[in-house]
Design a binder for this molecule. Structure first.
Ligand code: GLN
Ligand code: ZN
Length: 759
């Protein structure tokens, strides 16, 4: 016997069917029943696909119409009071109101806040709790999905988010301790488990991903208590699931909890295996997460098999389940769909479906089934071929990396010298104005790009179209009297893809979609080989834009850490090494922009913060190489070239030292929504460089006037030196329309000019 199981399947659909169904429903073009029908079809299709791939235990309740955290909050009625009337009257409308806000018939409900799910690019809705919070079961989603699977012939394992992680990942709106609510939540949790039990569920997967965060005595006490209480209840067996790393200092705790099974991430957390096996309670099931659920490469099955045999030796064949390291939510559905990729490259990839097939093969190999040998040999050959491939390893990149010295990450002069030289050259007024890079990506711009891609618009016509857009954008900025201009980024589809498509070592999928939040998906590039820049990527358009104006034109680059962070990366070298290669390629771009006469270059790093490891102890080493990579890219610039960086979605308190170590002459950040509070970190640190605190929120169609922006600038000038302050929006303008953009920028320039008069 060898048992395979899965912890969660991507729900958006191989063709993003759920996205289409949601969005047509939200637009009122289809009914709630239509949406539920598509949802049901997807669940059924995915159960069948998993069974066909040879998975013995398929999950249920891993499906969600929007987000599993929201599902959990909704299920336990942990929703703010003002949504309750709507949710009682129309559950689906109430559910979507929490996800997206609701404005109808005099009811005005805002959406819940959204935040990153651990270190993935998935975002969850943050439930809001308060001291008087009560819980009860609202609906029966896990039960209904279990029965639905059963009716379709699948004995599924329901997935629930564990009570402690649920409370911990929520937020308290009144400053009360959310773990205090545990005793109120547990009876409701127990009731749910008992109902699942009665319906025939023998096991439930209970996710406690907070187990891989830094150990915290309060959390540990909560886990002890919660599982001791649940142990007393009539219920299915519990498979306690940790993932995204090893349980670290929670190891003793986890060993001792009264649960019947434990799921471990043995890809990122293989280090925990031995210690846990040493104290494995007799009869406890081990769900061994041997196949990487966070990346898209075929596994090294020989390696996985060694681990599986080792684990089996300790726990016994009857207690070993083979599984992916975590839910497959974070990978696309089917690599076989990527027929536009060459067969060799495609053969290196494993999306959700292929990962399940790998599990089955692993299971068969564990039983020494004869056919497994041949399949393993083929997998081994493929693995070897990738390891040796000349497409992966380029000698010139290895040479370049070998010649890298500390000097490369060093600007030629200290900041004060650079500042003087740059000011001499740029002659900027006080409170200089600029924007973050992109201007409206209108329907027309996107259509022109699509038509060009489809061969319906010739290269020449497309180039001419872009040139005219850029010229218009330059004239608009001149007319607005902005000081440092941008070309508008009309030629870019996406800030990472645009560069990846021009660099060697990247591949792009057609259907490699991964859910980011709700109906939003991203299609991360795949970095499969050494990164190398064959030709300049942004120089022609930037030079053209500069030729149209006497004002400084800012060159726009996406930084190395952000390119890395928003891609699927190689698993055969460290992230730091891959990042260094990207930084070297971008360094060449900085060199060429400078040679083309560009005096201001912005290197965007919005993803710097989100690359932080889950455990504090690993932060310093990450920040070291991340900052080094930025500096390698920027370090080639002469002292008279002004280097900007831009970071949004960030908090700075705990990374301010690293941000300062980037040594960028100017940083622009998102601050308008926090009313400049984010500046505190810079002030406290005595950040010496120039800062553009965003003065208006580009994520909202709301138009702030110049008085409001002046108010923000006044606040900034109370805490920063006047010479430090730049005036700019929070982020790029690509999602906005032209009319609102020019109106807002006009107000912004007016605010800057008003500041100049008084300072
Ligand atoms: N330069 C990019 C833009 O303006 C920056 C985008 C971002 O920070 N996410 O669109
Ligand atoms: Zn931004």
């Amino acid at each position: 016997m060898s048992t395979t199981r899965n912890s969660g399947f991507p729900r958006i659909g191989a063709r993003r069917e759920l996205k289409q169904a949601l969005e047509t429903c939200w637009r009122g073009e289809s009914s709630a029943e239509d949406l539920q029908r598509t949802a049901r079809e997807l669940r059924h299709r995915h159960w069948q696909l998993q069974a066909d791939a040879g998975i013995d235990i398929v999950p249920c309740n891993d499906f969600s119409l929007y987000d599993q955290m929201l599902d959990t909050a909704f299920l336990f009625d942990a929703i703010p009071d003002d949504y309750r009337a709507l949710a009682d009257r129309d559950p689906l409308a109430g559910y979507f109101a929490l996800a997206r806000g609701h404005q109808k018939d005099g009811v005005d409900l805002r959406a819940l806040e959204m935040t990153k799910w651990f270190d993935t690019n998935y975002h969850y809705l943050v439930p809001e709790l308060h001291a008087a919070q009560q819980f009860r079961l609202r609906g029966d989603k896990p039960l209904a999905e279990f029965l639905e699977a059963k009716a379709a012939g699948h004995h599924a394992q329901p997935v629930l988010l564990g009570p402690v992680s649920f409370l911990w990942l929520s937020k308290s709106v009144d400053g009360s301790d959310r773990l205090e609510l545990l005793d109120r939540l547990l009876p409701v949790y127990a009731e749910l488990l008992s109902r699942l039990h009665q319906a025939g569920a023998d096991w439930v997967q209970v996710d406690e991903p907070c187990l891989v965060l830094d150990a915290d005595p309060r959390l540990q006490a909560a886990w002890q208590h919660a599982y001791a209480v649940l142990a007393q209840q009539p219920r299915p067996k519990l498979l306690l699931a940790s993932y995204f790393g090893s349980v670290g200092d929670n190891l003793d705790l986890v060993s001792g909890l009264p649960v019947e099974g434990l799921h471990l991430d043995l890809v990122r957390g293989v280090d925990q295996l031995d210690a846990l096996l040493q104290r494995w309670p007799r009869g406890r099931v081990l769900s061994a997460g041997l196949i990487d659920g966070r990346n898209i490469w075929r596994a090294n099955l020989d390696h996985a098999l060694v681990l599986a045999r080792y684990a089996q030796g300790h726990v016994g064949a009857e207690n070993l389940w083979l599984a992916p390291s975590c839910s497959l939510l974070h990978v696309p559905v089917d690599a076989d769909d990527e027929t536009a990729l060459d067969a060799e490259l495609r053969g290196w990839l494993a999306f959700a479906k292929q990962k399940l097939e790998e599990l089955r093969l692993l299971g068969d190999a564990l039983l020494n089934q004869p056919h497994a040998d041949a399949a393993l040999a083929r997998a081994r050959e493929r693995h070897e071929a990738r390891r040796r491939s000349q497409r992966v390893h380029r000698p010139e990149v290895a040479e370049l990396q070998a010649s890298l010295t500390a000097e490369w990450s060093q600007r030629p002069a200290p900041y004060e010298t650079r500042r003087a030289r740059q000011q001499e050259r740029l002659q900027l007024p006080a409170f200089p104005t600029t924007t973050i890079g992109s201007f409206p990506q209108t329907h027309e711009v996107r259509q022109a790009r699509a038509r060009h891609r489809a061969g319906k618009l010739s290269d020449g016509d497309y180039q001419a179209y872009l040139a005219s857009e850029i010229e218009r954008c330059v004239r608009v900025q001149e007319e607005l009297d902005i000081d440092v201009l941008v070309h508008g980024e009309f030629e870019r589809n996406d800030m990472v893809e645009y560069f990846g498509e021009q660099l060697e070592g990247f591949a792009f999928t057609r259907q490699g979609w991964v859910q980011s939040y709700g109906s939003r998906c991203v299609k991360p590039p795949i970095i499969f080989g050494d990164v190398w820049r064959p030709t300049p990527m942004t120089v022609a358009w930037t030079r053209y834009a500069q030729s149209l104006t006497t004002r400084p034109m800012k060159g726009m680059l996406t930084g190395p850490v952000t390119v890395l962070q928003w891609s699927f990366v190689r698993d055969d070298q460290s992230r730091a090494d891959t990042c260094r290669q990207i930084s070297l390629a971008l360094r060449e771009e900085v060199r060429d922009l400078e040679a083309a006469g560009i005096a201001v270059i912005q290197i965007d790093e919005p993803a710097l913060r989100e690359g932080l490891p889950l455990r504090r102890a690993e932060w310093a080493s990450y920040l070291d190489w991340a900052v080094e990579c930025f500096r390698i890219t920027a370090g080639v610039a002469g002292e008279g070239t002004q280097i900007h960086t831009h970071m949004c979605y960030s908090e700075f308190n705990d990374i301010i030292e690293a941000v300062a170590a980037m040594d960028a002459d100017v940083i622009s950040i998102e601050t308008s929504r926090s009313r400049m509070e984010l500046l505190d970190a810079f002030v406290r640190f005595r950040y010496p460089y120039q800062i553009g605190p965003g003065v208006y929120d580009i994520h909202s169609p709301r138009l702030p006037d110049s008085a409001e922006m002046r108010g923000l600038l006044d606040k900034a000038s109370e805490v920063l030196a006047v010479e430090q302050i730049w005036v700019n929006p929070d982020c790029g303008l690509k999602t906005r329309g032209w009319a609102e953009t020019t109106a807002a920028l006009r107000e912004m320039v007016e605010a800057a000019k008003a500041m100049r008069l008084v300072h």
